[in-house]
Design a binder for this molecule. Structure first.
Ligand SMILES: [Zn+2]
Length: 321
C-alpha cells in the first residue's frame, strides 16, 4: 500500500549551545536519524505529498517519510544545511510573528525565559505584569497554585497550560511579549535571532530546495481558542499572504500549533473557514494513505530519547498500525 508518515522536529541542539536547559534532539542523533531514514525508507518532499493527493501521482516506494520542522527555530538553519548536503527536501513551518512583528512565538518565550531565568523569576515577572495591567482578577492562578507542584516539570507544564488554554489569547500574547521584553530582551538584545530563524536564513533554506508553510501568526491552539473571524484571518489566513509576499512563492501548507486533537479543526471546519491550504498537519501518530484527509495528515514527534533504532521501531509500528 502506498503510504507515508511524517516526522515533526522542534529543537535540534548543538553540543556547545548557550542554553543547555532547552531540551531537544541532539544534532548528532538527528544525523543518525537521517542516515537510518535514507537507508530504510524513501524520503519525500512536500510537492510529492501535494501530487499524491491532488494530481493522482504515486510514490516510487510504499514506505515513505516526509521530514518537517515546526516553530521557525534558529536551530533549523543547521538542520536545513545537513539535509541539503544529503539531498533531502524538508518542510519548515514558520510562525509569521517572527517576520512581521519581530517577536518570538508564544511557547518559545516560555521555553527560553524559564531556561535562562528560572521558574521563580518567570512567575515573579508574570505577577508584576498582571498587576501593571490590572487584570489579576481575571486570572485564577496564584503563586500558591504553582507552589503546589513540587516537580519542576509539573510546574512548567501548568504554566504552559495557563498561557495556552486558560488566559484569553490576546491577553496571553500581550503578557508573554512583556515577559520577553523585561527578561530576555533586556539581557539579550538580539533575543529574536537567538531563538528564531530570520528572513535571510529562510530565503537561503528555500534556495536549498526546502518548502515553507505556515504555523499561525503567534502560535496558538486553533481548535481550543475561540477566534473571531478577524483573528482567524490574522492567525490562519494572513500568515500565508505574509510568506507569499516576502518570499514570492505559493504557500499551500499549514501545521497546527500543538497539533493534538483539541488543537486542530476537522477538515470540514477548516474548509468552512478557509480554502487557502491544500495540506495541513497534526501531531496525531498516524500513517497517511490515499484515504487520509490531506488536511489532517499525521506526524510523529521524535523525542530526545529516540535513538535511530528506536525511531525506526516507532515508524514501523506506525506503518503497521
Ligand atoms: Zn509549534
Amino acid at each position: 500500500m502506498q503510504q507515508f508518515t511524517s516526522l515533526c522536529y522542534h529543537y535540534i541542539r548543538t553540543k556547545n549551545n548557550q542554553f543547555p536547559r532547552i531540551l531537544g534532539n541532539d544534532i548528532d542523533e538527528f544525523i543518525d536519524h537521517i542516515k537510518m531514514l535514507q537507508k530504510k525508507y524513501s524520503i519525500i518532499s512536500a510537492n510529492d505529498v501535494l501530487n499524491f493527493y491532488y494530481n493522482n501521482q504515486s510514490f516510487k516506494n510504499n514506505k515513505n517519510i516526509l521530514i518537517t520542522f515546526d516553530d521557525g527555530l534558529s536551530d533549523h538553519f543547521e538542520a536545513a544545511k545537513i539535509l541539503h548536503e544529503n539531498d533531502i527536501k524538508a518542510m519548515f513551518f514558520v510562525p509569521t510573528c517572527i517576520l512581521d512583528e519581530k517577536l518570538p512565538a508564544n511557547p518559545m518565550i516560555i521555553h527560553y525565559c524559564i531556561a535562562e531565568f528560572g521558574i521563580t523569576n518567570f512567575l515573579g515577572t508574570f505577577y508584576d505584569i498582571i498587576e501593571e495591567l490590572k487584570v489579576s482578577n481575571n486570572i485564577d492562578f496564584s503563586i500558591n497554585h504553582f507552589n503546589e507542584f513540587n516537580n519542576r516539570w509539573d510546574k512548567i507544564s501548568q504554566i504552559k497550560n495557563m498561557f495556552k488554554y486558560k488566559i484569553q489569547y490576546s491577553l496571553s500574547r500581550k503578557i508573554l511579549i512583556k515577559i520577553f521584553q523585561k527578561l530576555f530582551l533586556e539581557k539579550y538584545p538580539n533575543g529574536l535571532d537567538i531563538i528564531h530563524l530570520n528572513e535571510n536564513k529562510i530565503r537561503d533554506m528555500i534556495k536549498m530546495g526546502h518548502t515553507i508553510g505556515t504555523h499561525t501568526h503567534t502560535h496558538l491552539s486553533i481548535g481550543a481558542t475561540k477566534l473571531n473571524s478577524n483573528d482567524f484571518k490574522k492567525e490562519v489566513i494572513n500568515p500565508k499572504k505574509i510568506l507569499e509576499k516576502r518570499f514570492d512563492l505559493e504557500i499551500f501548507s499549514f501545521s497546527y500549533p500543538f497539533g493534538e486533537k483539541q488543537d486542530c479543526l476537522s477538515s470540514a471546519e477548516l474548509l468552512k473557514n478557509t480554502k487557502e491550504y491544500k495540506i495541513a498537519f497534526t501531531v496525531e501518530e498516524n500513517k497517511n494513505t490515499k484515504k487520509t484527509s490531506p488536511l489532517l495528515l499525521g506526524r510523529y514527534m521524535p523525542t530526545s530519547k529516540d535513538s535511530a533504532k528506536k525511531l525506526s521501531l516507532k515508524i514501523e509500528k506506525i506503518f503497521n498500525s
